[in-house]
Structures are given as structure tokens and as C-alpha cells.
Design a binder for this molecule. Sequence first.
Ligand SMILES: C[S@@+](CC[C@H](N)C(=O)[O-])C[C@H]1O[C@@H](n2cnc3c(N)ncnc32)[C@H](O)[C@@H]1O
Length: 921
Amino acid sequence: MTSEERKKKLIETGIPLKTINEESAREKSLRHGLPSTLHLYWARRPLATTRSILFAQLVDDPSAHPDQFPTQEAQEAERHRLYEIMKRLAVWEHIHDSQLYEEATRLIRESNNGHLPDVLDPFAGGGSIPLEAQRLGLPAHASDLNPLAVIINKALIEIPPRFHNQPSIHPADVHPRDRAAGLADDIRHYGQMLRSAAFRKVGSLYPPVKDEHGEEHTVIAWIWARTVTNPNPANPVPVPLVRSWWLSKKKGHEAWIKPTVHDDGSITYQVQHNADGPKGDDEGTVNRKGAVSIIDGTPIDFAYIRSEGQAGRLGAQMVAIVAEDTRGRLYLSPSRVQEQAAEINKPHNVPVGDIFDWPGRINVFRYGMTEFADLFTNRQLTVLTTLSETVSDIRQRVCEDALQAGMPQGLPLDEGGDGARAYADAIAVYLALAVSRQTDRCSTINGWDKGYQKIRNVFARQAIPMTWDYAEANPFSSKSGNFLGQVNWVAEAVESVPATPPSEAHQADAATRDYVNMVVSTDPPYYDNIGYADLSDYFYVWLRPMLEDILPSVTATMMTPKAQELVANPYRHDGKDGAARFFTDGFNQVFAHIRQTARTDIPMTVYYAYKQQDEKNGTSSGWHTLLDGLISAGWEITATWPVRSELSNRMLSNGTNALASSIVLACRPRPVDAPSIPMRMFNQILRRELTEELRTLMASGVDPVDMSQAAIGPGISVYSRYSQVREADGSVMSVAKALETINHVLDEVMGDADADYDPDTRFAMRWYQSYGWGQEDSGIADQLARSCGTSPAALVRGSIFQATGGKARLLRPEELAGNWDVLADERTSLWEAVVRMAGILDERGVDAVVPVMAQVAERMSLDDVRALGFRLFHEAEKRKDTEGAIRFNALVSMWDDLALGAMRERVNLQERVQGSLDLDE
Ligand SMILES: C[S@@+](CC[C@H](N)C(=O)[O-])C[C@H]1O[C@@H](n2cnc3c(N)ncnc32)[C@H](O)[C@@H]1O
């Protein structure tokens, strides 16, 4: 492979990680308009991350063009220009900035010999990678084993381009619309039509409720409690299983349910409107330990409830009603009329499918709910099957309307059509997704959220947990859990997709599909984190009947395929060890397969979901296994970027330290004839390259918290570029050993600066490494100070040290947070500058640091101060000095902003000095 073929990409040198991580975290709080609102999927990657990674993966690093950027300075300047573009690209609100996106696409094209490469994610899931590839102007390809994922990807990247810029049929529009806005309008229109048709058929099952004044209100949800027969033979009556009697804990609007036990053993429920509801153990009748009978206090264990459930003997009682009110939510006591409305027979055409017994993940099975239909009440089954069956009538109607609007008939959607038939199919797909969303808010697994006062969806976690009291939503209300709401979420998601260029999604096993000419960016499943297929069946049993005629290519199987799914499920793959083997072998096989046809000109990117447990006992076995797998499959790892959607300081203060939520690896195919090298040579190359790369990393704005993870990239790159690294005894060096060596060298490289420090800093660093901020004997201080060319007295004068009564210690940042006149200070050191600025920033904020920094810049190099900040973070982390780590990280990660402020301040300072000189004259 020539260097011409293998130009360095931006991702292999640096990326503006801080902004990417911040934007990824912020994305979580943006609820509306994100494509993820189309339909639930698990473990979705933030779009800010996937978009940024794709851009950096495809755009050349300036060092690949020495003709244009001959010096390091020129390369760095260009890199920063590209980072600025990436920072803007990371912001969700810029997605419609056509100039920005045209520039991004142009840069990608220029970096790839005038072509826009095809991007593939073979584990596409919720579609975050293919969608953002498409947004960057690239033909995107998505495949997944799971039909739900494929349907979502089709809805995001394949269907919208067929109707790009097309006007809507309703409202009848002759003007082209941007992207998929016309399609979104029609989804809303036909969604409304679907709702009305269903209401005509089954609306009478959802009667309004009367308040105490006889006024009618639309019901938002009925609150039910599951019941079990009291195990005490003296009182064998149904007793409620309730997690919490509270309905609303909103201040001033509290509401709770008061149960009253009557002499005949019957129980009635009255809603109370005050804050005096039950507390502690009385908050409900079930907690983690078990349940209790409200009739006579008999304890009820879970084993008993399970056996009653398996015998089909769990019941339900209505315990409250939540209704619409002009002022918000109205909580009412149950009534016989309302109970009767729910007493209907099971419809005949319920979805068919068995639930998998996965203890801890899918707990309902153990309570006798073994089929998906068991998770719904008869009324829920009735309304959902009605909505689902009516989708095909609407599809018929759309086709007629589209023909009338002048669209040619064309082929069906699944055969590549883009005319009236395909349009009708497309609308039906989106409506089917809306119905599927409804199932997530319309089963007996939905709880009532007493804080937000809304329906809690089934998949708040990656599980199907057992619920005791549940909220049965009214799909025809206009509030939480209603059907039009689902339609709107779908339409909003469609409005935000790029809808161009043409892209495709299909069902495929990543282990066997074709990768020729594809650039791969992918986020494979990680071990047993999520049982995608088993969870997806919940939706698939509803989606399949709606879509089997429309998307036959995706709905061929009765249930989602499980056998090839790369998930370490101990209940499916022969226990824990069998599951681990299945996962690791399967994972390695996929990446060995991709390697066979991989492009050499563009790296592949792989996301690795970091698990906290990985770090237990200082080993990260999952991480080693992954690196091992990739390397032995013939990949060279050229970069490792810690990406997260949690903000780092919060993580630090949570004690989770510098763990990223995931790591993105850039990988290149290793030449088959790569040589092997001895360890000695490995160490030499490692040292040389790490020194250089660390400089680039620091300059790229990587936060100190991310440094050790980011530095693994260039380190492991050296290791994986050779077929083998041989230890002194001739054995082959393992990945674990290589990682250890990399960390060691990283330490050394960081420590290399020691020799260049001023004596006070040299002393303080060594002292801190040994004793932190703790107190020690003055004698030790004296000795150490002498060996560093300073003395305790000088250190005290330098304001960084205290030595009294035979004891000595370093002054902590908070002790140095007061005013500091740097220019008047007779003895300053790098250490003093970093510790003081970190203290001032923490105690008094940015505005107080800027002027100090401006003065510091007059006395020493700010680059040196920053580098020491990095170093101090690193040392604080090693000492498990969390507070110190937070402070130094904050200082360095805000460096660019602070430095900008300081620069302005310096200009002012100089002008003032100049002004006073002028006056003197
Ligand atoms: C971590 S998820 C991808 C999430 C995605 N990046 C997103 O942001 O939404 C991994 C996906 O791999 C899929 N998968 C598991 N085994 C597979 C296989 N053998 N072939 C293809 N896809 C598979 C799962 O269905 C799941 O959707």
C-alpha cells in the first residue's frame, strides 16, 4: 500500500471532541423534530456524534497534503479551520444551513478524488449513522438483521428521497416542498383520517367521565391495579397490587388514592386531593421485597403472585381516572359506568407471538404473560387491532387521491416505486409506525408518571418489566398517550430528514452481506447489553400484519430472527460461557469478513459501548476482547476517541471518572505482509510517535479527562500495524500488555516536561505525586526541595507551600483562589499559575480568571501553563483526587474561551499602559 493510497484522515489526528460531546449531550434534551421520534429503538447514538465522526473519517487531514500545507503551522491552521466547520456541523439547529452542508459535502468530495463514497452501517439499528451520512450528501446504506430496525431505516433514508421536494396531496399543493415536508403533511392528514375512522368504529368504548358537578370530561387514562387472591384462607378475596397510591405529586395539585376495605371484603377507592397521602412503606402494597394484603396485612411473596399469574388468576380493578380539564389533569374516583365500558370480549384477530423468558429483562413471562397479546387489555387489543386494520383502508384512499392529484401509478414501494402506489405504501408505513408507537403507550405495562403526570411508555428501560398498577391510555384523548400525538411525532421526524440523496435499507446478516466498495461506519451490538430481537417482537407482532403486503422483503419471518443475532444471551446460547463464545466468535467473524474487501483509502469506524464494569479491578476485559478481535481479524487501529453524551464534570463528580460512554475506533486494513518487530523497537517507535501525537491531541482541544483514552489510538496504532510484537523471550505481546506499555509510555512522555519546569514547579509536582495535598514532615520537604534546586522558604515565598511547626504541605487551589497581582508577584512559578487559576475558576468563575490569565501571559508561556494543567489532571486522576481532577479539567477544557478573553484583556492592558505613558509625556 502506498502512502498515496493511504492518506491520513482527520479522525486519525484530532477532532473537536469537546464540542461533539457537548452537542451530543444537549441533543438528549431536544425532544421535538429529532428523527428518533419516529419510533423507539434502543441504544441510539447521538446524531451530533455520528455526523462528526463520519465527516472526520472522510475528510483528509491537512498533513496528507504537504504540497498545500508544507509546514506544521500551516497544517495546524487548516486543521483548526476544519474543526470550526465540524463544530458548526455538530449543532442540530444548523441542519438546514445549506451553505454549511454544501461545504461539508464539497470537502468530502475533494478528499476522495472527486467522488462521494457510499457509506454502509451493517448494524444500523435506529439509523443514526446512515441518516447522518445521507445528511452529509452521501449515498447511505443501512442493513440490520432486525426487521424493526430495517423498517425504521427505510422510513428515515430510503422512502423520503423517492418523494423529495414533492408537494403534499393534503392540503392540495402545487408547489414543491422542501425535502420531505409534503410527505409529512400527508402523514398528518391521513393520520387524522385514520383516527377518525377508528373512532367511528370503537370510540364508544371510551366514554367521557362526569365530575361531581355532572360535567363531562374526556378521559386521559384509567388507572388499574392488578389483583391477586389474598393468600390468607380466612379472607380469600382479590387484593390490589399497587406500587404507589399517588397520582400527582405536583405541589399544590397533589392527588392520591385512598382504598377503603368494607366488611364484606370488598374494596373501594376514593381519590383525595391533598398532600397528606401515604408515605414510606404505606405508599403502595408492593415493593421490592414483596406485597402485603390491604385487607388483613398478610404478606404476599412474589413466588405466590407468579404462580397465581401462571394459573391465569391475576385480575385488575380500576382505582382512579385521569381526565382532561382546562387547568390540567383532573383526578377522579372510579365508577361502575367506567368499569363497564372496559368489560368487553377479546377480539379474534389479536397479534400472535410468544414472549421469550429472559429473567431480569422480560419479567412478565414469569407472571404468566407468555404471549404478546397477554400484555394488553381487551379494550386495548380492540382499539389497536382496529387502528391496525384500518391502515389498509387509508392506504387504498391515499392511492386514489394520489392518482387524482396526477401521480402516475408506478410500482409498489418495495419494488422501488415512486408513484401513487408507492406513495400510498409509504404513508401506510408511517401510519403503521404511529400505530406501533401507540402500542408503547397502550398496554398494561404502562405506568402513570406521578411527577410529569403522563403515561410512562413501556420501554423506559431496555426491558419489559412487570407493572402492578398501570395506566390505560385513551388513544382518542388529546393528551398524553393519544394517537394523534403519535402521528405528529412521526411527521415531525420525517420533516427533519434530509430526503436526499437516494439511499437504501435492507435486512441482512452482517456476517454474510456484501461490503464491496463501501465505507463502513458501524455501532455493533455490545455483548448482552440489549436483547434487540426479543424486545423488538413487542412491536413486530403489530407491525407485521400491517406491513406484510407493503414490505414483504422485510416481514418474511413470523418473529424477528434470533439465531444469528450477535447478542450474548445466556438463555439462548448455552449459559454464560456459551454466550460469551458465541458473541466473540460472531463479532470477529463479521470484522474478518469486512476486512476481505475493505477499502484501503478510507478508514472504517467502529463504536464500542464502554461498560463501567469493564474497568473493575483495573482490567477492561471487554475492551481487550474487542481490540484483540479487530487486530486478529487483520485491522490496524489508528485512532480511539472517547465519545459521550454525558458531561464530563458531572461524570467526574459522580465518581465515574474519565469513563466515556463509548469509544470510536478508526481502523485500516493491515497489509497481509506486515512485518513483526521486537519489543525494544516497539517501545522506541511508541515513544517517538506518542510524543508527537500528544502535542497534536492537546492542541486539538481534547479535554484532559479524555486524554488517556484518546492517546491509546496512536499507541495501539503502532502495535496493530505489525503482524506481531515479540517480547524478549520470543513470545507474542498481548493486547493487554500493549495497553499497559502504552499507558506507561504516556506517563513518561507527560513526565518528560519535568526537566524543563522551574524549580518550584518541579518540587511541587514531585511532592504532589507522593503526598497530594496532605501534610508531611518538614525534613522531607527540605530534602526534596534541595534536590529540585529550591528551598521550603522559597516555596513559601512563592505562595504555593506552607511549612510550620515541623509540618509542611502544598496549598490547595481553594486556598489560592483570592486576588493575585501577578505582575507585582516577586516569585511566581508555573505551578502557582495553574493552581491559582484552577482555584479562582472554581471559586469565583470565568470573569475572575480572565484578567489573571492576561497577566500570567506577561510572565510565562500560556502553552506551558496549559500543558501543566493537563499533566496535573492526569496526576490528580492517578491519585484519585477527584476534586483536583475536576478543577484542572475545568481549567483546561475552558482554555480556549479563557485565552480569548485574556487576549482582549491584554490589549486593554497594553492600551492602558500606553495611555498612561502618553499622559506622562
Ligand atoms: C448498537 S445497535 C445499533 C444502534 C444504532 N447505531 C443507532 O444509533 O440506533 C446494534 C444493532 O445490531 C443489530 N444486529 C445484531 N446482530 C446482527 C447481525 N448478525 N447482523 C446484522 N445486524 C445485527 C441489532 O439488531 C441492533 O439493531
